[in-house]
Design a protein around this ligand. Structure first.
Ligand code: ZN
Ligand code: ZN
Length: 341
């Protein structure tokens, strides 16, 4: 029996009776990170990194969470588990599983560029590597974060000179905080949608510095917004909430902005290609660094990406999972629900 199996509840280690990022309720779940498709309700016990726990607690409420620091080993029925930085969002981890000399790594979501706010991705040697493939096509190649942030700040300045409000849409958890760190606060005030601000508060409370932001409320005069920037979720565009920002321009920061259609679908005037996932070369470099001969490809371009890996001589298979890609609808819905409460 393989050390990790792929079941209809998620990735399962039968020897230790634990699941990794299960999508149906289980007794014991090891969680790679706090995004909704990886960290779900209903499990009896959760194990995650110390830095991932505050957001998971905030989102799931009163659940039984144990935490572990990066690199330290938890042994369950002889199986050794440890968490290693995945560089995706704050607290995100690849989970290493070792038994009888066999090593597996379930990487969850990961990004190889160091974004300065998430713990930087660290490759882990293994025999079996489970990888995502959200952006597993050669067309996806990211430019350095500094360049993209420079473009976003220039765009904000231009909008300001035209007397317009800049609305920037992004994931509430992860990319929003990364953008906040990169925005030039000398340009103006950064306003936030409730979903973004609630997450910011959790992250500030765990001791991570973010620039000052102002939550958008009914009490704020509409005239305050022009020239300033509003950070919000893609789901808020097209909703009544957005109407208070008259004459605004909308920018969207996402890996999907590589494709023209994605920008139109989001109702964005401008797209910035910035992702919390690895691009084509990041995925390939990460897989090579593991030294793994066996690769299991989950969410994204699974068929094309696993085929390409096979052409490199790896034993690669595509896996059916319930994980989703970047800026998933579920994440949006969750953020909105959170903002309303
Ligand atoms: Zn994620
Ligand atoms: Zn994912």
């Amino acid at each position: 029996m393989a050390l990790l199996e792929f079941t209809d509840r998620g990735i399962y280690c039968s020897r230790a009776d634990v699941y990794i990022d299960p999508w149906r309720p289980v007794k014991r779940a090891l969680i790679t990170h706090g995004h909704a498709d990886h960290s779900r309700w209903g499990n009896e016990a959760y194990l995650c990194t110390t830095s991932a726990a505050p957001v998971i607690r905030h989102r799931l409420g009163e659940v039984n969470i144990q935490t572990v620091n990066y690199g330290s080993t938890t042994t369950i029925n002889g199986v050794k588990f440890s968490f290693h930085p995945a560089g995706h969002i704050i607290g995100s981890a690849q989970i290493r599983v070792e038994y009888g000399g066999e090593i597996w790594v379930a990487s969850g979501d990961y990004k190889t560029e160091d974004d300065g706010i998430s713990e930087a991705f660290a490759p882990v040697r293994c025999h079996h590597f489970i990888t995502e493939s959200t952006f597993g096509l050669p067309v996806y190649r990211w430019r350095p974060q500094e360049e993209i942030m420079g473009e976003i700040n220039d765009w904000w300045r231009e909008n300001q000179s035209a007397g317009k409000t800049s609305i920037l849409t992004t994931y509430a958890l992860g990319k929003a905080q990364r953008l906040l760190r990169g925005l030039d606060t000398s340009i103006g005030t950064i306003y936030t949608h409730g979903a973004v601000e609630n997450t910011n508060e959790v992250i500030r409370r765990q001791g991570i510095d973010l620039p000052d932001t102002v939550r958008v409320t009914r009490e704020i005069d509409k005239k305050a917004y022009p020239g300033n920037l509003v950070l919000t979720t893609p789901g808020s565009i097209g909703q009544p909430w957005i109407k208070k920002f008259t004459g605004a321009v909308v920018g969207s920061a996402s890996g999907w902005m590589t494709l023209r259609g994605a920008r139109r679908r989001r109702g964005a005037d401008r797209g910035f290609v910035l992702s919390d996932h690895a691009d084509w070369s990041g995925l390939l470099a990460a897989i090579e660094a593991t030294g793994a001969e066996n690769v299991y490809v989950t969410h994204g371009y699974t068929a094309i990406f696993s085929k390409y890996l096979r052409s490199l001589g790896l034993n690669a298979v595509e896996l059916e999972t319930e994980y989703e890609g970047e800026d998933v609808a579920e994440e949006d819905k969750l953020a909105e629900k959170e903002a309303e409460s």
